[in-house]
Design a protein around this ligand. Structure first.
Ligand code: ADP
Ligand code: MG
Length: 240
């Protein structure tokens, strides 16, 4: 579903990604971790064309992200993205947040978009909040709405960038539970997260990044039992 091949990126003279390669098969869940500043967000953003890269290739469902002929808005509409800071539209109700892209991008009717949105709200346990505004919900609830919004577009895969790191501790699990369910239903997912409990539960593979390099890309069993690089060992020792 996602093929990243020898991707490098620099900002001026600063090399942010060096020769990164990996694959995420359909239905696979890959967790990306590593120290702050190691390039995790940049790599994820390259996958749906939010950041350009200077060399290498990325394909999503066979479509080349870096090809100037590729219709990036169309590709992005099929790739769900969930950020650290929910990024809901603050001036729209929860229902409007869930329906606007369905109507404007996918051309669904108001009724169809609403039915889909309400169904997804129910699924993330927030049906009762349909008419509220984002500011009236807790962080954990807003992030569940953000996930529902991404799902409303029937994505072929989902990208998560530290979806729980801005949340108070007691709200982390309600978001992880939704992600675990998605994973168990077979969604293809690439998740930047330091929630190793989530990784242990549902990841097929764990990628560890350091200074722009993918230094480990292994099954979760191998990663947790015996990380090969000293950097990953130190990292795990700190967060576990
Ligand atoms: P992570 O998500 O692993 O914390 P990022 O991908 O956000 O790392 O950033 C990787 C590195 O690239 C950091 O050192 C960051 O300062 C740098 N960086 C990110 N965006 C820019 C930018 N627009 N211009 C210059 N440097 C950037
Ligand atoms: Mg980041």
């Amino acid at each position: 579903m996602i093929t990243i091949d020898k991707v490098s990126k620099h900002y001026g003279s600063f090399q942010v990604l060096t020769d990164c390669s990996t694959r995420v098969a359909k239905g696979e869940v890959v967790v990306v971790c590593g120290p702050s500043g190691s390039g995790k967000s940049t790599l994820i953003k390259c996958v749906n064309g939010l950041e350009p890269f200077q060399s290498g290739t990325i394909h999503v469902d066979g479509i080349s992200v870096g090809d100037p002929k590729t219709n990036l808005p169309k590709l992005r509409s099929r790739v769900g993205m969930v950020f650290q800071h929910f990024e809901l539209f603050p001036h729209m109700s929860i229902t409007e947040n869930l329906t606007i892209a369905q109507e404007k991008v996918l051309g669904r009717s108001k009724e169809e978009a609403r039915a889909k949105g309400v169904g997804l709200l129910d699924r993330v346990g927030l049906k009762a909040h349909a008419d509220k505004f984002p500011g009236q919900l807790s962080g954990g609830q807003q992030q569940r709405v953000a996930i529902a919004r991404a799902l409303s577009m029937d994505p072929i895969c989902m990208l998560f960038d530290e979806p729980t790191s801005a949340l108070d501790p007691e709200m982390i699990n309600e978001v992880l539970d939704v992600m675990v369910e998605l994973a168990q239903e077979g969604m293809t997912m690439m998740c930047v997260t330091h929630e190793m409990g989530f990784a242990r539960k549902v990841a097929n593979r764990v990628i560890f990044m350091d200074r722009g390099h993918i230094v480990e890309d292994d099954t979760k069993e191998a990663f947790f039992a015996n990380p090969r690089s000293e950097r990953a060992q130190q990292f795990l020792a700190k967060i576990l």
